[in-house]
Design a protein around this ligand. Structure first.
Ligand SMILES: N[C@@H](CCC(=O)N[C@@H](CS)C(=O)NCC(=O)O)C(=O)O
Length: 234
């Protein structure tokens, strides 16, 4: 009897933009994976061993080990780089050294600055409050939309420079990451980007990619149960 389970397991939840980023990379490369649900705020003891910073996602490659720390990688960026090495086509990391550096910088910028403003500034104050039966933190979210995100959008707009992709003229880890992290805002609020036309076009194109749309749809199904309509933060 053959084992039909995929080698790759993503521990986490599609509500995490970093889980969706890893899923997006797998889908782009047509690599089978499954998501095993972990509540990161109350994880089982074994999960703490494989996630030293108590964060999702963690990847397990069952072809390496089915249990323990062996075969696991914490952090979405490390995970995506590992998947690229194991499944090189289509390449999501530019060959050219400078373009590679640019793509990795945009990935990091989205993972930190954009995730901080959009995730901690907007998604959490709204969704976490609603999930607990509390009033959504709309003042905090409106402040993040009005003050924290515009300078970040300015940077992304400038780096795109009217191009279709952030680096090397092709889809890369940078594009997938920006889209997945920005879509965290879309889960709970409208994301009007008219002031940043290049970013708006990029965002629309990325949202239309099945590899980005499919994990987002899984998150949306969960979020819409508690929040049927995203808020207008303007
Ligand atoms: N740099 C990490 C960030 C992961 C991260 O922050 N994940 C969030 C969920 S979106 C988390 O696990 N948060 C747990 C917590 O805040 O306690 C990565 O890219 O994987």
């Amino acid at each position: 009897m053959t084992d039909a389970r995929p080698d790759l397991v993503i521990y986490g939840s599609p509500i995490s933009p970093f889980v969706r980023k890893v899923a997006g990379v797998c889908l782009t490369k047509d690599v089978p994976y499954e998501v095993e649900a972990i509540n990161v705020f109350d994880p089982p003891a074994w999960f703490r061993d494989i996630s030293p910073m108590k964060r999702i996602p963690v990847l397990r490659d069952r072809s390496v080990s089915e249990e323990g720390i062996a075969g696991t990688i914490a952090d979405s960026s490390a995970i995506c780089a590992m998947i690229e090495k194991k499944h090189p086509a289509p390449a999501l990391y530019p060959e050219d050294p400078m373009a590679l550096g640019e793509a990795l910088f945009i990935e990091e910028y989205a993972d930190t600055a954009l995730a901080m403003a959009g995730g901690l500034g907007i998604f959490r104050p709204i969704f976490f409050a609603i999930s607990k039966g509390e009033e959504p933190g709309l003042d905090k979210a409106r402040d993040a939309w009005a003050n924290q995100l515009p300078p970040i959008f300015d940077v992304l707009e400038m780096r795109l420079g009217g191009r279709e992709f952030f680096a090397s003229g092709a889809l890369s880890i940078a594009d997938i990451t920006v889209a997945c992290v920005l879509m965290q805002v879309s889960l709970v609020a409208e994301t009007p980007l008219a002031k940043w036309p290049g970013l708006a076009a990029h965002f629309a194109a990325m949202q239309a990619l099945p590899a980005v749309a499919q994990p987002f749809a899984a998150a949306e199904r969960i979020v819409r149960r508690a929040l049927p309509t995203p808020f207008d933060l303007t």
